[in-house]
Design a protein around this ligand. Structure first.
Ligand SMILES: NC(=O)c1ccc[n+]([C@@H]2O[C@H](COP(=O)([O-])OP(=O)(O)OC[C@H]3O[C@@H](n4cnc5c(N)ncnc54)[C@H](O)[C@@H]3O)[C@@H](O)[C@H]2O)c1
Ligand SMILES: [Zn+2]
Length: 242
């Protein structure tokens, strides 16, 4: 990919970029998470029905991040950001925190963060939390407790049926508008066909930009992207930006 003084790069990453670090993708897990239907463990209804089950699931995922490190694909994005500065933006669907761990700064975490919790009741800001809660103990908000209110904590994850964080989409759209025909939209490790990747490909096309997909397998509709690179992210992402 040719990068000039005006090139703006918008990257969208999905679970595939972290796969080689050892974080399973949804599909690796057979479409089930720990034997559960996703709606049981990743929806507000599931949490209301069984908060302990949901916390057990996210506690296992937190514990599973032990010893997991960013890979060369995450690091290539850090290098690219250092070259481009404000002409770079990284939107990620991942919740694993590996982009930040690698050193990326201009990140929009569209689906929240595994290692953060928030209160279901009060508006204290989400806070860093690596705790894998013990089975049978649902974590409660200490600040609400101090006011005599019992309120559950929840993972700071965007569940199915929930809104994306305020401003996330607006920030991405503003970047696309500012970039115009200098935009290179690069989707990595995400099936390019569903929202938001599909929408961003279209947005890039509308402003006259160029789109790239780096993924292990070809999407059903290869023609949606101007350029498709098939292969593992750790090999293809560093190669794309050299
Ligand atoms: N690491 C994480 O934080 C994590 C892990 C699992 C799921 N999730 C989230 O759950 C939702 C659904 O997850 P999903 O797994 O279906 O994600 P997805 O739809 O983003 O699919 C993963 C894609 O990555 C590709 N892929 C797998 N290994 C790859 C590699 N080494 N190099 C390049 N591409 C590779 C697969 O072909 C697949 O198309 C998304 O929001 C996802 O981000 C996040
Ligand atoms: Zn609270």
């Amino acid at each position: 990919m040719r990068i000039t003084d005006t090139t703006h790069v918008l990257v969208l990453t999905g679970a595939g970029i972290s796969a080689e670090s050892g974080v399973p993708t949804f599909r690796d897990a057979g479409g089930l998470w720990e034997g559960h239907d996703v709606t049981e463990v990743a929806s507000p209804e599931g949490f209301a029905a069984d908060p302990l089950l949901v916390w057990r699931f996210y506690s296992q995922r937190r514990a599973g991040m032990q010893g997991i490190e960013p890979n060369t694909a995450h690091r290539a994005l850090v290098d690219l950001e250092r070259r481009l500065g404000d002409r770079f933006l990284l939107a990620t669907q991942n919740v694993d925190g590996l982009h930040a761990a690698a050193g990326s700064e201009r990140i929009i975490e569209m689906h929240g963060a595994l290692m953060r919790s928030r209160c279901t009741r009060c508006d204290r800001p989400p806070f860093a939390d690596t705790t894998a809660y013990r089975a049978g103990v649902a974590p409660m908000c200490g600040q609400c407790k101090a006011r005599g209110v019992d309120a559950l904590l929840r993972p700071d994850i965007v569940w199915f049926g929930e809104m994306l964080p305020e401003g996330a989409i607006a920030q991405i759209e503003a970047f696309v508008r500012r970039a115009g025909r200098n935009l290179a939209f690069v989707a990595i490790g995400t099936s390019g066909l569903v929202h938001p990747a599909a929408g961003l490909v279209e947005a890039a096309r509308r402003v006259g930009g160029t789109s790239y997909l780096v993924n292990l397998e070809a999407p059903a509709n290869v023609t949606a992207f101007d350029h498709v690179v098939l292969g593992p992210a750790t090999r293809e992402v560093p190669a794309l930006f050299t």
